[in-house]
Write a protein that binds this ligand. Structure first.
Ligand code: AMP
Ligand code: GLY
Length: 425
């Protein structure tokens, strides 16, 4: 089997390693991949948004299957274009990817089909939005409609902050056209849970739950980032809550998308908040999360390629999706200063890994054979163990054996999850 993998981060490296466990996979072309994937994939310098170049590439280099991992190419129709070129794909069409690429679409879908989420209003007019923030409950949450590199959400703690958020998105266009429409919504409270799922448009199979750590600094302080670490499973997500989510959120969403003529195939990511009124949807993503994937896939016992193909073929109901017992923890090693200013170009020294460890490279390139830092989030150090404490200790042990100048990581990945587990006893 020849596979095309679109994307270049740690998530894609985790997908690549898992796909490689299937012995029928002879070659994976990664577009554009990164320096840490070389050896496991053939990295091709075609950007994830350059869909015409992707289509040209598969004409010259036939592949049996494609995995489109990032949000941008999905929103731009990479799956539609590759399907038209005769390549079956893992991932939703552009019409289905709107569940992530338009927050207005997602909120209206949830309202229409009674899926629990924060109460909200949509605005296309600056003055109307400004008038609304004078009366709405504070704190309030202001969201740009479109994709904004995960930065399009502002939690306003005062009316002044809410006004500033609305102006920055709608008048100053800090997120470009993504801010032409904004959603202003109710501020919810409760533990957050990420649940990624496989779906073929009819059947939905949740993966093990996980917990992201989005802020840059310990204690959930500092700026929002792409994610500084993850643990799985998430101890707040009990079997009882999982059943409620299946009945009130997962299945209704899959049925709603089918009823709208946009059946969703691929990985649908449910960003949930466990509020005092029950689980509610904070956001949908139309793809695997990063760095959630780096803890979820190491716990997958079944063959990833087989499960992915079942989502494409509509045979997920007949396909076994099994998980390992135990826990996984991923500690992200970033460049000091991320997510604002940081230096790059420092050589990375990687240790030998044990059976329960994996290093997923994200922001790195290879220069004269030397792997060097090339981004904010440089890599993820993942370890699995029978207990959560064991997984956390092992992930930090692995992180401590990786060296590059200006490395920074949070020291408290998994601490909140551990406290939740302790609380249960
Ligand atoms: P998103 O970019 O949609 O993942 O949102 C970023 C973060 O903002 C989420 O992980 C939540 O922590 C927070 N957030 C988003 N919407 C709400 C809300 N309605 N109430 C409280 N927090 C929210
Ligand atoms: N880690 C959050 C995301 O992938 O959107």
């Amino acid at each position: 089997m020849k596979i095309l993998l679109i994307g270049s981060g740690g998530r894609e490296h985790a997908i690549l390693k898992k796909l490689r466990e299937n012995k029928s996979v002879e070659i994976v072309y990664a577009l554009s991949g990164n320096g840490g994937m070389e050896g496991e994939a053939v990295c091709v310098p075609i950007g994830a948004k350059d869909i015409p170049a992707m289509v040209d590439f598969v004409k010259d280099h036939p592949v049996d299957y494609a995995v489109v991992a990032p949000d941008d190419p999905l929103a731009l129709g990479a799956v539609d274009a590759l399907n038209a070129a005769g390549v079956p794909c893992f991932g939703p069409t552009a019409a289905a990817a709107q569940i992530e690429s338009s927050k207005v679409f997602a909120k209206n879908l949830m309202k229409k089909y009674g899926i629990p989420t924060a109460r909200y209003e949509v605005f296309t007019d600056l003055d109307a939005a400004l008038a609304y923030v004078e009366t709405c409950p504070i704190p309030t949450v202001v969201k740009a409609d479109g994709l904004a590199l995960g930065k399009g959400v502002i939690i306003a703690q005062s009316r002044e902050e809410a006004r500033a958020a609305v102006r920055s998105m709608m008048a100053d266009k800090i997120f470009g056209d993504s801010g032409s429409q904004v959603v202003i919504e109710e501020f919810l409270t409760g533990p957050e849970v990420s649940v990624l799922s496989f779906t073929d448009g009819k059947t939905v199979v949740p993966m093990v739950s996980s917990m992201d750590h989005k802020r840059a600094k310990d204690g959930d302080e500092g700026l929002n980032t792409g994610g500084m670490g993850t643990v799985a499973p998430n101890p707040y997500y009990t079997p009882e809550i999982a059943q409620v989510c299946m009945d009130t959120i997962f299945l209704p969403t899959i049925r709603a998308m089918a009823a709208e003529g946009r059946p969703f195939k691929g990985c649908l990511y449910f960003g949930l908040m466990l509020t005092p009124d029950g689980p509610k949807v904070i956001e949908y993503n139309c793809r695997f999360g990063d760095p959630e994937t780096q803890v979820v896939l190491p716990l997958l016992k079944s063959d990833l390629l087989t499960v992915m193909q079942a989502t494409t073929n509509g045979t997920l109901a007949e396909t076994a999706v099994e998980w390992k017992d135990g826990y996984a923890c991923c500690v992200v090693l970033a460049s000091e200063g991320y997510p604002t200013h940081y230096d790059k170009g420092f050589p990375i020294t990687l240790p030998e890994t044990k059976e329960n460890e994996a290093i997923y490279i994200a922001g790195a390139k290879r220069e004269d054979g030397v792997l060097k830092t090339n981004g904010g989030r440089v890599l993820g150090a993942t370890a699995t163990a029978a207990t959560l404490q064991g997984a956390i200790d092992a992930a930090y042990d692995l992180a401590g054996r990786i060296h590059f100048a200006n490395a920074y990581c949070r020291k408290d990945i998994g601490r909140r999850a551990l406290a939740a587990l302790e609380g249960e006893k």
